[in-house]
Every structure is written in structure tokens, then in C-alpha cells.
Design a protein. Structure first.
Length: 209
């Protein structure tokens, strides 16, 4: 029968193409979890993206640095409550620690005792121009802080709004307050918003180790 090898009823095998060409295997980006959030630099809106350690980073970074301690620690606090239309001094007088959210004209009262972490060192902080046409500030935690962050996200993810938010605070300024819906593994964070190049590079420099 035409097209059948040796009358076996099976098509002939494809011709041998020789040994495969040596080279690096294709590497696809690792899993990428986007969390809806509010990024505040001035009155910017954006989101926090958390990427696994195997994720692929942009290579066109221009700001920041790598390796070492921070000039000012980065704090990550669970949010206790959001006080609409109230000023932060009033919130602090009631016994809480609060940061102002200019985008919503409210204060976020923070848990600074239990569900909180202090980051004294980052492996890297960079400003990159992302594929979506926006500037991104990328942070790389140490493995220890990455594990602590994963545990913290698991804790707050089971809570209702606004207690499922995590506030990232630097020098008393709110950088972002994402709502977390599940435990997040990995050690790389990307803060994305309506950054200009100068704003992204300035933030990366402030966080650069």
C-alpha cells in the first residue's frame, strides 16, 4: 500500500535530522501573580506584582543597585483599619500608627506589633521600563525575608478588606498597600504605577542596598 512502510500499516518514520544543536534551553518566565493595589508616589495609582525567584526580569534597568543594607529600613505592616476622611494625627492619638493615603484621602492604621516585618537589606533594587510601557521598581528580598513575606501574605490573605492589605512604608511614606488574596511565594517584588522615569529611579535609589 502506498505510504505504508513494509506493509505494517504504520507510516514511515520521519527522516533523521542529525544531533540537536547545542545551546541554552528556552527559559520561560516563572509564575507571575498580580495583586490589585494602590501605589502611592505623589498621587499615583498602580499595582504590586510578586514574581517567583525563577521569574525573568527586564534587562533595561537604569537605577538602583544591588547587595547590602538599606539607609532606611523598609517596613511592611498589615493594615488594621482605614479611616475615611480623618487625618493621621487623630488616628495616632487614638493609639495607632497611621500613614496617609492621598489617593483616597484616608488614613491606614497599621499593625506595627504582630503582623509586621522590617527589611534592613535587599539584594537588589532597580528601575526598569516594562513591556507594558510603564516604569517599574523591582525589589529582590533575601531568602529569609522572602520566606517571612510569604508567611505574612498567608496570614493577611484570609482577612476581609482592609485587613487583608499590606502597607509598604519607607521613611514614613506609604509606597503601596496591596490587597492580598493568597500566600505568595518567591523573593522578587515589582511595584508598578504611573511612574515617570525620574520617579521610578528615585524610588529605586532610595531602596538600593
Amino acid at each position: 500500500m502506498s505510504g505504508i512502510a513494509g506493509g505494517t500499516g504504520y507510516p514511515p518514520p520521519p527522516p533523521w535530522q542529525g544531533p540537536p544543536t547545542a545551546g541554552k534551553p528556552d527559559r520561560s518566565p516563572g509564575p507571575f501573580l498580580l495583586i490589585g493595589a494602590l501605589v502611592i508616589v505623589g498621587s499615583l495609582l498602580g499595582f504590586l506584582a510578586y514574581q517567583s525567584a525563577s521569574g525573568k526580569q527586564e534587562e533595561n534597568g537604569t537605577g538602583g543597585g544591588s547587595g547590602g543594607g538599606l539607609d532606611s529600613p523598609l517596613y511592611i505592616h498589615a493594615v488594621d483599619s482605614a479611616l475615611e476622611g480623618q487625618d493621621c494625627p487623630a488616628a495616632e492619638q487614638s493609639g495607632g500608627t497611621a500613614v496617609f493615603n492621598p489617593a483616597t484621602s484616608s488614613c491606614l492604621v497599621l499593625d506595627t506589633a504582630t503582623d509586621t516585618m522590617r527589611v534592613d537589606a535587599l539584594l537588589e533594587a532597580t528601575a526598569t521600563y516594562g513591556p507594558s510601557g510603564t516604569w517599574i521598581v523591582g525589589l529582590t528580598f533575601t531568602p529569609e525575608d522572602g520566606a517571612r513575606f510569604a508567611d505574612l501574605t498567608e496570614t493577611v490573605s484570609a482577612r476581609p478588606m482592609p485587613q487583608n492589605q499590606l502597607a509598604m512604608v519607607l521613611d514614613g511614606q506609604l509606597l503601596t498597600a496591596p490587597a492580598v488574596t493568597a500566600r505568595i511565594e518567591g523573593d522578587q517584588v515589582e511595584i508598578s504605577g504611573s511612574f515617570t522615569r525620574e520617579e521610578a529611579e528615585d524610588l529605586a535609589d532610595r531602596l538600593a542596598p
